[in-house]
Design a protein around this ligand. Structure first.
Ligand code: RP5
Length: 290
C-alpha cells in the first residue's frame, strides 16, 4: 500500500480541540491550521503528553507503553497477530518507533483515551428509515421537496454529543460482526421492550444487516486523536426501505428517554467526530433531504 498523501485528507479540527474530552481539563498545545502538516517546520511545537490512567494501567484492549520499554515490538502498518495495525488510508510514518498521525499535528502526544498506537479501528452502523406520519405517508421537506430520512442516533456519555452507535473492532473480530454487536449494545439494549419483543427485533436487525452499503472508510476526525494514536472507521448504511423492519421500533422509552432516538437528517445536525459527513453522504446516496 502506498504512503498517505496528506494533501488528499481533510484538515482535522476536532482532533485539535483545546480540552481533551473526559480528561478533567487536560489541554492540548494549540495548533493553528497552517501548522497542522508535519512538513511545515515548527521548532516551537511542544505537545502535551497525555495517556489516560485507564489506558496506562494496561487493560487487554490497550498496547503497552512503547516509548520507554524497548522490549515491546509492535508490528506497525501490518496485521500484528489478532490486531490490525494497517491504516485504511495508506502507510503511516513511524518515527523512532512511534506511529505519527497521518493527518498532522494535534497538540498532544501519547494515546489519550485510545488503546492502540497508530490506527484504532471502529465500525459505524448507520441505520435509516424514511420519516412518515401516522398513516405511513413519507414526509417531505417543504423547501427541498425531498423525503426526510431518519437515523438511529445515540447520545455519547463522554462528550454528551449525538452520534452514530459505533464502536471499536475488537482484536480478532470483523467489521461486520462489530457493526451488528455495537448496534445491539448501544441502541437496542436501552429499548423498553419485553424479551419476546427483543427476539423479534434481533431477527429484524440480523436480516437488515445482511446487506449494507459502505458509506465511508478512513480516518475519523475524533476529539480523542493524538499525534500517535487516532481513530479510523468503516461506516455502513443499513436502510429499512419499507419501514417494516427495524424502522417500526420505537426507540426512546423508559426514564432514560433521549439517549437513543430516530433523529431527522438535515444540514443543521451537529454530531460527534466526523459523523455529520457520513450522514450527509448517506442522505445523498438515498436522494434524501439534507
Ligand atoms: C468514532 O468513535 C467512530 O466513528 C466510532 O463511532 C467511535 C468508536 O469509539 P467508541 O464509541 O467505542 O468510544 O471515532
Amino acid at each position: 500500500m502506498s504512503t498517505v498523501n496528506i494533501a488528499k485528507l481533510p484538515l482535522h479540527i476536532k482532533a485539535r480541540e483545546k480540552i481533551y474530552p473526559a480528561s478533567g481539563g487536560v489541554g492540548r498545545f494549540p495548533v493553528p491550521d497552517d501548522k497542522v502538516p508535519w512538513n511545515v517546520e515548527w521548532p516551537e511545537y511542544q505537545p502535551t503528553d497525555f495517556t489516560a490512567k485507564v489506558v496506562a494501567e494496561g487493560p487487554v484492549w490497550a498496547d503497552p507503553e512503547i516509548r520507554t520499554d524497548d522490549s515491546v515490538k509492535l508490528k506497525f502498518n501490518q496485521r500484528d497477530g489478532k490486531v490490525n495495525r494497517k491504516s485504511h488510508i495508506g502507510n503511516y510514518e513511524v518515527i523512532e518507533g512511534v506511529p505519527r498521525n497521518p493527518c498532522g499535528r494535534t497538540g498532544m502526544v501519547g494515546r489519550g483515551f485510545l488503546g492502540k498506537w497508530g490506527p484504532n479501528h471502529a465500525a459505524d452502523p448507520i441505520v435509516t428509515r424514511w420519516k412518515s406520519d401516522q398513516h405511513g405517508n413519507i414526509l417531505k421537506d417543504s423547501e427541498t421537496k425531498k423525503p426526510i430520512l431518519q437515523f438511529v442516533a445515540i447520545k455519547r456519555k463522554d462528550t454528551g454529543e449525538w452520534a452514530i452507535p459505533g464502536g471499536m473492532v475488537d482484536a480478532g473480530d470483523t467489521v461486520s460482526a462489530t457493526l451488528k454487536r455495537e448496534f445491539g449494545e448501544e441502541a437496542l439494549n436501552s429499548m423498553d421492550a419485553t424479551d419476546a419483543e427483543k427476539k423479534t427485533i434481533e431477527k429484524s436487525v440480523a436480516d437488515l444487516f445482511k446487506c449494507g452499503i459502505e458509506v465511508y472508510r478512513g480516518y475519523v476526525d475524533d476529539p480523542r486523536n493524538t499525534d500517535n494514536a487516532w481513530m479510523e472507521t468503516v461506516a455502513v448504511n443499513f436502510h429499512d426501505m419499507s419501514g417494516n423492519s427495524v424502522g417500526k421500533f420505537k426507540l426512546h422509552a423508559g426514564d432514560d428517554a433521549g439517549d437513543v432516538q430516530w433523529a431527522d437528517i438535515c444540514s443543521q445536525l451537529k454530531l460527534f467526530a466526523s459523523h455529520e459527513s457520513f450522514i450527509q453522504k448517506t442522505a445523498s446516496n438515498l436522494d434524501a433531504h439534507w
